[in-house]
Ligand binder design. Structure first.
Ligand SMILES: [Zn+2]
Length: 381
C-alpha cells in the first residue's frame, strides 16, 4: 500500500542509487480522478498543444541559470545526443499511437510551447531522479522566466511553479539512455533484493542501523551504502526515455494509473516477492504507475494496454495496438525487430505479457525499444 504521506517522505526513500520518483501536480482536492468525468476543455487544450508541439531542451553549464547538464549515475555528463534521444523517445512512444500528435525540437525557447529543463531540484516535490509535469487542463503558454535563475522563482523573486508555465522539470542526475537499453528487470531485481534483504544492516531501530530481523526495524536509505551493491556498476542509471515518457504522459492523461496491487511496502520491504514485483492493472503494465523506485531501471519503454485504454477514455484518437511509427527493438548480439504493432513489441520484450521477471534464458532473448521512427510530417498543401 502506498503511504498517503507527501512527497517529502518519498524523496527520502530512494537516493541517487535507487530512486525513481515520478510525481506530477496532483489534481486539486476533490477533483475527479476518473477519466470519464474529466472536463472536455482539458482535452481540447492538450489536443491543441500536441498538434504542434515545439520542444525546447533546456540544459547547460551556465552558472547564471538554474538549468543544469544532466549527469549519469557516476557523475559524468550525459552526451547531448543521448539527452535528445531520451526525450525524443519518450515523446515518440506517445506519438506512435496518437495520429494527431506532431512534435519537433526547436533551438530557441521563444519558438517553443514546451520546455524540458534539467536541474538540481530540491523543493519541487520529487525525488532524486524523477521529474514533475502538469496535467492536460494545465497547458498554458510557455514562460521560461519561471525558475530561470532559481527553482520556483520568478526573476523578481516572487513564487512560481515551473509546471504552471509549460515547463517539465527533471532532476539533473542519475540518468542513462544508451546504457539503459539493455537492462533487464531480473538484474534490477537482484539489486533491489540486496538493498532490502533483512540479513543486511539496512534497517534502523532506535537510531541505529541493524539488520531487519526485528519486525520493529524499518528499512532506511541512510543505512544502505548503495555503491556496495553487487549490481551497482552494472545498472547504468534510470532510463531517461521511460521516465520522460511517464512525465509527458501526465500532460496527456493527468493523474497516475493506480493498480490494485502495488509492489511496495515502504516500511519493510519495497520489493514484495520475486514473482510479483511487476505491477499490473487489468492484465497489463502502465507507464503511468506512480513511481515506486523500481520501474525506471528496467526494460519498460513502451505503450501498454492500460495506457491506450486511458487515452481512448480521455477522447484522443488512438491507433494502439497499431503504431503510426516503426518500432525498432534490439537485443544482445545484434538481434532486432521492426514492427508497427505494439503487441508484437511487447511479445519481444517478453515480460509485459507474462507479467513477471524474466528467466535467465528469457533475459538473453528479450528485446529493448531503441527507436521509434515516425513518418515524416505531411507538408501543408
Ligand atoms: Zn508521475
Amino acid at each position: 500500500m502506498l503511504p498517503r504521506s507527501g512527497p517529502g517522505v518519498l524523496l527520502r526513500l530512494f537516493p541517487v542509487a535507487a530512486g525513481i520518483l515520478c510525481l506530477a501536480v496532483r489534481p486539486s482536492p476533490g477533483a475527479p480522478l476518473s477519466p470519464s468525468t474529466r472536463s472536455p476543455p482539458a482535452l481540447e487544450k492538450a489536443l491543441a498543444a500536441i498538434s504542434d508541439l515545439r520542444v525546447f531542451l533546456d540544459f547547460d553549464g551556465d552558472t547564471a541559470t538554474f538549468a543544469d547538464w544532466p549527469l549519469d549515475k557516476f557523475g559524468g555528463r550525459l552526451p547531448p545526443d543521448q539527452i535528445a534521444r531520451g526525450v525524443r523517445l519518450g515523446l515518440s512512444i506517445w506519438a506512435s499511437v496518437l495520429p494527431d500528435m506532431r512534435f519537433r525540437f526547436v533551438q530557441r525557447e521563444a519558438d517553443a510551447n514546451l520546455s524540458v529543463r534539467f536541474g538540481n531540484y530540491l523543493t519541487s516535490g520529487f525525488g532524486t531522479c524523477g521529474g514533475r509535469a502538469f496535467t492536460p487542463a494545465d497547458w498554458s503558454s510557455l514562460d521560461g522566466s519561471c525558475g530561470r535563475r532559481k527553482e520556483n522563482r520568478m526573476p523578481d523573486g516572487s513564487a512560481c511553479g515551473e509546471w504552471e508555465h509549460n515547463i517539465i522539470v527533471m532532476m539533473d542526475h542519475a540518468w542513462a539512455v544508451k546504457r539503459a537499453d539493455f537492462r533487464g528487470n531480473r538484474e534490477v531485481y537482484r539489486d533491489f533484493a540486496w538493498m532490502f534483504d533483512p540479513a543486511n544492516p539496512h534497517y534502523v531501530k532506535d537510531g541505529r542501523c541493524r539488520d531487519g530481523g526485528d519486525p520493529a526495524a524499518v528499512w532506511s536509505d541512510t543505512c544502505v551504502r548503495f555503491n556496495k551493491s553487487p549490481a551497482y556498476d552494472s545498472i547504468a542509471g534510470a532510463d531517461l526515455a521511460s521516465i520522460f515518457e511517464h512525465e509527458f504522459g501526465h500532460t496527456l492523461l493527468g493523474d497516475h494509473t493506480y493498480s490494485r496491487y502495488e509492489c511496495i511496502d515502504y516500511a519493510r520491504r519495497p520489493i514484495l516477492s520475486r514473482d510479483s514485483c511487476v505491477r499490473l492493472y487489468d492484465g497489463g503494465f502502465s507507464v503511468m504507475f506512480p513511481g515506486d523506485g523500481v520501474d525506471g531501471f528496467w526494460n519498460r519503454r513502451g505503450l501498454f494496454e492500460a495506457d491506450a485504454v486511458r487515452l481512448r477514455q480521455m477522447g484522443y484518437r488512438v491507433s494502439y495496438p497499431g503504431s503510426v511509427a516503426t518500432l525498432v527493438l534490439e537485443g544482445r548480439g545484434g538481434t532486432f525487430l521492426k514492427t508497427g504493432d505494439w503487441r508484437e513489441a511487447q511479445r519481444a520484450m517478453i515480460w509485459p505479457l507474462q507479467a513477471k521477471p524474466l528467466s535467465a534464458e528469457q533475459a538473453r532473448r528479450q528485446l529493448f525499444l531503441v527507436d521509434v521512427r515516425l513518418p515524416p510530417p505531411v507538408p501543408p498543401r
